[in-house]
Write a protein that binds this ligand. Structure first.
Ligand code: FAD
Length: 485
C-alpha cells in the first residue's frame, strides 16, 4: 500500500454527510496524512440512480452543495463535482489524481448499498482500500439483534435496546489542519439543473430554510432554546413552531444525529420536563426506520404485512381523487392545509403528515405507494427509510403499524390540534374568514355564515370529496374482507 509520504491523495466521497464537523469519513481521511480530494458524485447511472433525489430534495441539495463547497474553500480546498455511475466516476478520479485510498460514509438504502458494493469490488481489484465509516445513524443497523438473533420489528423493545447503546453519543472532533491535493476538473453545479426555473415552484422554500451545515446548527440552537422544553405538547400543534425542523438537515447529513443527541443532552439541565426524552425517542424512530429498511429492503416498495397485497387499493397514478389530494382540494381543511404546506414549503408537520396519509390510504383507499412517491418528490426531507416506514405505519401494512381501524377523523383532528385555526388559515386562505366553529367543517356552516365569510362551497372551496362516516366504513369493510379470506 502506498505511504502518505509519496503524497498520493485520499478521495473523500461526500454523500448524505454534507458537513465538515463530526464527519468520521472526512476525519479518517485527514488522519491518513494524505492530501484530500473532496468529491460529490451525483449518481445518474447505476444502482444508486434508481432513486435519485426528488424535485424538492434537489432544490435543497443544490444549496447544500453550495454551502459545503464554500466551507471547503474557506479551508483552502475545493469540492469536486462529478456525475454518472459511481464506480466509473471514482475510477476516473483515481486515474486523474493518483489517489491511494477512498473514504465515504456508509449508506444503508438498498440502491446505495449495491452501488457501494460494486465500488468496493472494483477498488479491491485495483488494490485501493475503500473505507466506509459510520456517521449517518446513531447505531449500526446490522449490529442490533433480538435475543433470538433477529432484527427488531417492534419499536419499544428496539428503543430499549438502542437507547443505552447511544446514550453517551458525542461528536468526534479532529484538530488536524486541512491539507488538500491540487484539485482535478469539476462539473459546474448549475449544469445539474437542480433548481426549478419555469415555473419556480420553490420560491416559497428560501424564506423557510437555510440548507447547509451552518443552517443546521442555527436550527438546532433555535430549537434547544425555544422548542425543547415544551416539545411533548408543542410537537402536536401544526400552527406553532413546536418541532425542531431538523429533518432535512439530518437527511442530507448537514448535522449528525450524534451532534443533535449530544446537543439535547447538554441542554437537558435547562429543560427539566419530558421534552428531552420525547425528542430523543423521535430520533430513535429514525434509527428504527433505518434498522427496518436495512433488514427489509423491500419495505420501500412492498407491504411488510403481506395480507395487504390483497387490499383493494386504488393504484392509478392519474386517479382524480389522488390529484385532488395532491393539490389540497379534498374539502377537508386540515388535509388541504397540509398538502398545501408541503407544496409551498417542501415540508409538512408530522401530525398533519399522519392525517393526510390516513386520509389517502383509508378514506380514499389509494395505495400508500402513490402517497410515498408524492412525498418523496415534494419533501425537502424525503428519506427512503423514514418515508416508507411512516407510510406503511399509517396505512396499517407496516411493522409495528397503527392498527388499521385507527382512521384519523380529519375534522376531530383539526379541531383538537388546530383549535384556533392558525394553521388552516395560513394555508387555506379562501376560508380564513369562517369562524373557528366551522373552520374545520365548512359544510356544516349555515348559509348566512358562509356568505358573511365570502365562501361559496363548490366554487371558492370544494365540498368534501367523500363523506367521512361512509368512507371510514368502506375502508373497514375492505379490511374485514382481508381477515375473512
Ligand atoms: P421533530 O419532531 O423535531 O423530530 C426530530 C427528528 O426525529 C426529525 O427530524 C426526524 O429525523 C426524526 N423523526 C421525527 N418523527 C419521526 C418519525 N415518525 N419517523 C422517523 N423519524 C422521525 N421524516 C423524514 O425525515 N423524511 C420523510 O421522508 C418522512 N416521511 C414521512 C411520511 C409520513 C406519512 C409521516 C407520517 C411521517 C414522515 N416522516 C418523515 C416523519 C416525520 O414526520 C418527520 O421526520 C418530521 O415531521 C420532521 O420534522 P422535525 O424535524 O421538526 O421533527
Amino acid at each position: 500500500m502506498p505511504s502518505p509520504d509519496d503524497n498520493r491523495p485520499a478521495l473523500v466521497l461526500f454523500r448524505n454527510d454534507l458537513r465538515l464537523e463530526d464527519n468520521p469519513a472526512l476525519n479518517a481521511a485527514r488522519l491518513s496524512g494524505c492530501p484530500l480530494v473532496c468529491v460529490y458524485i451525483y449518481e445518474t447511472e447505476g444502482d444508486a440512480a434508481f432513486r435519485r433525489p426528488g424535485s424538492a430534495s434537489r432544490w435543497w441539495l443544490h444549496h447544500s452543495l453550495e454551502s459545503l463547497s464554500s466551507s471547503i474553500r474557506s479551508k483552502g480546498g475545493s469540492l469536486i463535482l462529478r456525475s454518472g455511475r459511481l464506480v466509473s466516476a471514482v475510477e476516473s478520479l483515481i486515474a486523474e489524481t493518483g489517489a491511494c485510498e477512498v473514504h465515504a460514509s456508509r449508506r444503508y438504502d438498498p440502491a446505495g448499498l449495491e452501488a457501494d458494493t460494486e465500488l468496493a469490488d472494483a477498488l479491491r481489484d485495483g488494490d485501493i482500500p475503500f473505507y466506509r465509516h459510520e456517521g449517518f445513524l446513531l447505531h449500526e443497523p446490522s449490529s442490533v439483534r433480538t435475543s433470538s438473533n433477529r432484527f427488531y420489528r417492534v419499536f419499544s423493545p428496539f428503543a430499549r435496546k438502542v437507547i443505552p447503546l447511544v446514550q453517551d453519543a458525542r461528536p468526534e472532533t479532529c484538530d488536524l489542519p486541512f491539507h488538500f491535493a491540487s484539485p482535478p476538473e469539476s462539473d459546474k453545479l448549475g449544469d445539474y439543473a437542480f433548481l426549478p426555473s419555469e415555473p419556480d415552484w420553490a420560491s416559497g422554500f428560501s424564506p423557510q430554510w437555510q440548507p447547509g451545515e451552518e443552517g443546521a446548527q442555527t436550527t438546532l440552537q433555535h430549537f434547544l432554546s425555544n422548542g425543547l422544553s415544551d416539545y411533548t405538547v408543542g410537537r402536536d400543534h401544526p400552527g406553532k413552531y413546536g418541532t425542531s425542523r431538523l429533518s432535512a438537515h439530518l437527511a442530507f447529513g448537514e448535522i449528525s444525529p450524534r451532534q443533535v443527541w449530544h446537543g439535547v443532552e447538554t441542554a437537558a439541565p435547562r429543560n427539566p420536563g419530558r421534552g428531552v426524552t420525547t425528542f430523543q425517542r423521535e430520533l430513535i424512530f429514525r434509527e428504527f426506520a433505518w434498522h427496518l429498511l436495512t433488514n427489509l429492503p423491500q419495505m420501500a416498495w412492498s407491504n411488510i404485512d403481506s395480507r395487504f397485497d390483497r387490499f383493494p387499493w386504488q393504484e392509478d397514478a392519474n386517479d382524480p381523487s389522488l390529484i385532488d389530494w395532491q393539490k389540497g382540494l379534498t374539502g377537508y381543511p386540515i388535509v388541504d392545509a397540509g398538502m398545501r404546506e408541503l407544496w409551498q414549503t417542501g415540508w409538512m408537520h408530522n401530525r398533519v403528515r399522519m392525517i393526510v396519509a390516513s386520509f389517502l390510504t383509508k378514506h380514499l383507499m389509494v395505495h400508500w405507494k402513490r402517497g410515498e412517491e408524492w412525498f418523496y418528490d415534494t419533501l425537502v426531507d424525503a428519506d427512503p427509510a423514514n418515508n416508507a416506514f411512516n407510510w406503511q405505519w399509517t396505512a396499517g401494512s407496516g411493522a409495528d403499524a397503527a392498527p388499521f381501524f385507527r382512521i384519523f377523523a380529519p375534522v376531530t383532528q383539526g379541531r383538537r390540534f388546530d383549535a384556533d385555526g392558525r394553521y388552516v388559515r395560513a394555508f387555506v386562505p379562501e376560508i380564513a374568514a369562517l369562524p373557528d366553529k366551522f373552520l374545520h367543517a365548512p359544510w356544516e356552516a349555515p348559509d348566512d355564515v358562509l356568505s358573511a365569510a365570502n365562501v361559496k362551497l363548490g366554487v371558492d372551496y370544494p365540498r368534501p370529496l367523500v363523506d367521512h362516516a361512509a368512507a371510514r366504513q368502506r375502508a373497514l369493510d375492505a379490511f374485514k374482507g382481508l381477515k375473512d379470506d
